[in-house]
Ligand binder design. Structure first.
Ligand SMILES: CC(C)(COP(=O)(O)OP(=O)(O)OC[C@H]1O[C@@H](n2cnc3c(N)ncnc32)[C@H](O)[C@@H]1OP(=O)(O)O)[C@@H](O)C(=O)NCCC(=O)NCCS
Length: 175
């Protein structure tokens, strides 16, 4: 097993200003552009944790609750929640700030999964995560259930094998 690393060691903050080329015809940030920025920010966090080249394996449901407007400042913060074998889950949060108006709102949150790969693109082991804060511990524990859910949905795990996920719904082994 590789030497464990603290969750905080992967903390990555990225800031962007929404320019005309980033917007749709309503002058709001395009969803695809935001996903692109989020992917980069989350990938940097995964690289910091694994010290490896990483590839995006999946992105969990991202919702767009608030439009982000032209001229807003977008801040993204990403941190690895848990390392498995070759994959890592990254939690990313996004805020939009209107500096002249003095407002800052939380706009998005998502979980990305990255896989560390070697020079030939083959999956390679990643270090375990040591969670410290209460939020890091909660994210660490729930990461196992989210992993099971996404692998079941991707057809990579049988629902019967998702033990912790089944327990959450009160399903006990043998049912
Ligand atoms: C991700 C990738 C490396 C996995 O390769 P693979 O041959 O399926 O390897 P494995 O079956 O050994 O899986 C490796 C890890 O990926 C994880 N994984 C694979 N598909 C996944 C998915 N859809 N969601 C979450 N994790 C996934 C597995 O759970 C496993 O994790 P673990 O090692 O921590 O247990 C491979 O599918 C790939 O290269 N995909 C393209 C990545 C890419 O180009 N991303 C950019 C998209 S534009």
């Amino acid at each position: 097993m590789l030497q464990p690393k603290y969750a905080r060691e992967s903390l990555t903050t990225m800031t962007e200003m929404v320019l005309p080329n980033d917007t749709n015809t309503l002058n709001n940030l395009m969803g695809g552009r935001l996903l692109h920025w989020m992917d980069i920010c989350a990938a940097i966090a995964a690289q910091k944790h694994s010290n490896r080249i990483v590839v995006t394996a999946s992105v969990d449901n991202v919702s767009f609750s608030e439009p982000i407007k032209l001229g807003n400042i977008v801040t993204m913060q990403a941190k690895v929640t848990r390392g498995f074998n070759s994959s890592m889950e990254v939690n990313i949060e996004v805020w939009a700030e209107d500096i002249p108006a003095g407002t800052r709102v939380s706009t998005n949150r998502a979980f990305y999964t990255f896989v560390a790969v070697d020079q030939n693109g083959r999956p390679i082991e990643v270090p375990p995560v040591i969670p410290e804060t209460e939020q890091e511990q909660q994210l660490f524990e729930s990461a196992l259930r989210r992993r099971q859910l996404r692998l079941v949905l991707a057809g990579r795990m049988k629902p019967q094998e998702a033990k912790e996920l089944r327990a959450l719904f009160g399903v006990v082994d043998g049912e």
